[in-house]
Design a protein around this ligand. Structure first.
Ligand SMILES: N[C@@H](CCC(=O)N[C@@H](CS)C(=O)NCC(=O)O)C(=O)O
Length: 120
């Protein structure tokens, strides 16, 4: 295993929810990352953010790890869930709530409903 793959593997296994993003959860540096972090922040999810702009090997490594060409990338319990488009759709459909429920991830259901109401 490469160093990057090992580091990614350890991170997604050690944290229930991980967002590989450009920038940080408090200061995203890309609109796509900002959107996903914004959803998770608004829903009060406790997640680990990984700023790929700080490490080129992680930036490339995460694309190889998931075989997905772009960032952001959200992982729940070690499994790749999706990027910005997928997470946006899953938020609006309620599928993300279901995935959090199934995996015991704590989040604010009212906040999730508010996002859906605002986008109805
Ligand atoms: N449609 C994508 C949008 C994300 C995207 O296009 N990301 C680009 C620009 S931030 C990217 O990661 N490019 C490769 C790179 O910058 O390493 C999604 O749903 O996540």
């Amino acid at each position: 295993m490469t160093d990057a793959k090992t580091a990614i593997d350890e991170t997604v296994k050690a944290n229930d929810v991980v967002l590989f993003m450009k920038g940080t959860k408090s200061m995203p540096q890309c609109g796509f990352s900002s959107r996903v972090a914004g959803v998770l922040n608004f829903m009060g999810v406790d997640y680990q953010d990984v700023n790929v702009l700080e490490d080129e090997t992680i930036r490339q490594g995460i694309k190889d790890y998931s075989d997905w060409p772009t960032i952001p990338q959200l992982y729940i319990k070690g499994e790749f869930v999706g990027g910005c488009d997928i997470i946006t759709e899953m938020t609006l459909s309620g599928e993300l709530d279901g995935m959090f429920d199934e995996n015991g991830v704590i989040y604010d259901k009212d906040a999730a409903d508010k996002i859906r109401e605002a986008n109805a």
